[in-house]
Write a protein that binds this ligand. Structure first.
Ligand SMILES: Nc1ncnc2c1ncn2[C@@H]1O[C@H](COP(=O)(O)OP(=O)(O)O)[C@@H](O)[C@H]1O
Ligand SMILES: [Mg+2]
Length: 464
């Protein structure tokens, strides 16, 4: 396919070319007719004058002259030739001009046909000849005019028109090319940008918006599209990076429990004469380690999945969901007292993930608060507060506890993966909320999970 720019050039040139040629042809034809008409008019005027002067009623003597036509009909007359009935020349035309006489001319002289107007060529000169009869039996007169001037004018005209056609077409092609380039410029730029992006994968390139016409709008759209692509690719990169980081962290963290598990199993395999008590303890360790490993893997999967945008959200009765979570925590830690004060609250989200986050907060509170401690849970205005009376969180640990695999001072010697609070933060953020940790008045930790509320209720319902 030809380049758009070339097609525009050709279109402009062809349009102008055809128009100029048409106009030229019409002008030429009209002008030629006009000029030839003038020659005929002057011959007719000369004939008229001769008749008015009664010059045609008698035979012509040698050397006799006919009056020229009036100035307005072409001025000085052309040559005149007279011949008799036999076709023999009686009066020769001036300037050695030989005017051919044929049967038609003789028929005019004989009076058997009306005056005759025709084109004649003599010695390469084109002539217009009007043959009119003299009075009966005296022969005929031929008034002659050369087409020389007319032809010269016409050939000059042909040259001028041809030049005009060629020049006009050329000029149109030139302008077409110039404007075409101007019009096409943003399109070529667009193409170049697209090619550049295809080759380099560089989405940072933008093209200049030339105005608010179609091309300008297209350029603007293109830029907007690149903006969208760029930001979505940045998000994708970030997510891929996060996933990669998670995999790296997870494989690192999994190594320790797997190693310890293998060591224990190897000891069990080799130690045939191990005392029964030690054997049981080792097996117990293996069981606990396997359980922890399972929990760790569940958490990693949870974190990895949680990066995806929320889909299938529904209205969640948050107070009921927290109540169920408390019941679950209670079953796991019968010694802990959960003191709940929950307002009716509806949020939008995934109940499974929200439940998971609340589980993690309650588990931490129970774990770090210790048996027989009290955990206060309250839900007011979309803020879920979980407060325990344990050691609290060290000032230095506080900024990091929501990082994955981070375990604080308080975690020493306790089971856990360091992923619980990371999951809570992820759930809070994907639901448009936030998570924060404070020091409880009089010690202990107080976690506050804030979520955007759909229908904050006034009626409080308590459960323990
Ligand atoms: N209620 C709490 N009281 C004291 N420290 C806490 C509490 N909750 C979390 N932490 C600290 O934050 C760290 C991260 O918590 P988490 O992500 O749940 O990991 P894990 O509980 O597996 O150690 C814990 O290791 C602990 O040091
Ligand atoms: Mg935890």
């Amino acid at each position: 396919m030809m380049a758009l720019r070339h097609r525009l050039t050709i279109l402009a040139a062809a349009t102008v070319g055809v128009t100029v040629v048409l106009i030229s042809v019409v002008a030429y034809v009209v002008l030629r007719g006009e000029l030839r008409g003038q020659v005929d008019d002057s011959l007719a005027a000369q004939y008229q004058q001769a008749r008015e002067n009664r010059l045609l009623l008698r035979p012509m003597g040698r050397g006799e002259r006919f009056p020229p036509p009036p100035a307005r009909d072409g001025g000085p007359s052309g040559p005149v030739q007279v011949f008799d009935l036999d076709g023999d020349v009686v009066v020769e035309a001036q300037g050695d001009l030989v005017i051919p006489i044929d049967d038609a001319d003789r028929a005019v002289a004989a009076g058997s046909r009306p005056p005759l107007l025709r084109d004649v060529s003599s010695d390469g000169v084109q002539l217009r000849v009007l043959t009119v009869p003299l009075a009966r039996g005296h022969g005929a007169v031929q008034f002659v005019r050369s087409y020389g001037n007319v032809n010269a004018t016409l050939s000059r005209l042909r040259l001028v028109l041809a030049l005009l056609c060629a020049g006009g077409t050329l000029l149109a092609a030139l302008f077409g090319r110039l404007f075409g380039r101007q019009v096409i410029h943003p399109v070529s730029e667009l193409t170049a940008a697209a090619e550049h992006i295809t080759q380099t994968q560089d989405l940072g390139r933008r093209i200049e918006v030339p105005g608010d016409d179609e091309v300008g709008r297209m350029a603007a759209r293109f830029n907007t599209m690149l903006d969208t692509l760029e930001s979505s690719r940045r998000a994708l990169d970030a997510s891929v990076h996060a996933q990669r980081q998670l995999v790296a962290d997870a494989s690192h963290e999994l190594r320790t429990p797997v190693t310890s598990l293998r060591t224990n199993i190897e000891v069990l395999l080799i130690g045939g004469d191990l005392p029964e008590d030690d054997r049981r303890r080792l097996l117990e360790d293996v069981r606990a380690e396997t359980e922890e490993l399972g929990a760790l893997i569940t958490d990693v999967i949870e974190l990895a999945r949680g990066d995806e945008p929320l889909s299938g959200v529904e209205e969640v009765q948050l107070d009921a969901l927290v109540g169920e979570a408390i019941a679950r925590a209670q079953r796991r830690r019968p010694g802990v007292v959960f003191d709940a004060e929950l307002d009716r609250t509806v949020v939008e989200g995934l109940p499974e993930r929200l439940g998971r986050a609340v589980d993690n907060l309650l588990d931490n509170a129970a774990k770090y608060g210790g048996d027989d401690s009290v955990v206060e849970v309250s839900l007011h205005g979309g803020e879920l507060s979980v407060r325990d009376h344990g050691p609290g969180i060290d000032e230095a640990d506080r900024p990091h506890v929501f990082d994955r695999f981070y375990r604080g001072q308080t975690a020493r010697g306790r089971p856990g993966s360091g992923l619980g609070l990371a999951i809570v933060r992820q759930v809070a953020e994907t639901h448009g909320g936030s998570i924060a940790v404070h020091e409880g008045a009089g010690g202990g930790a107080r976690f506050v999970l804030a979520l955007p509320v759909l229908a904050p209720g006034a009626a409080a319902s308590a459960s323990g």
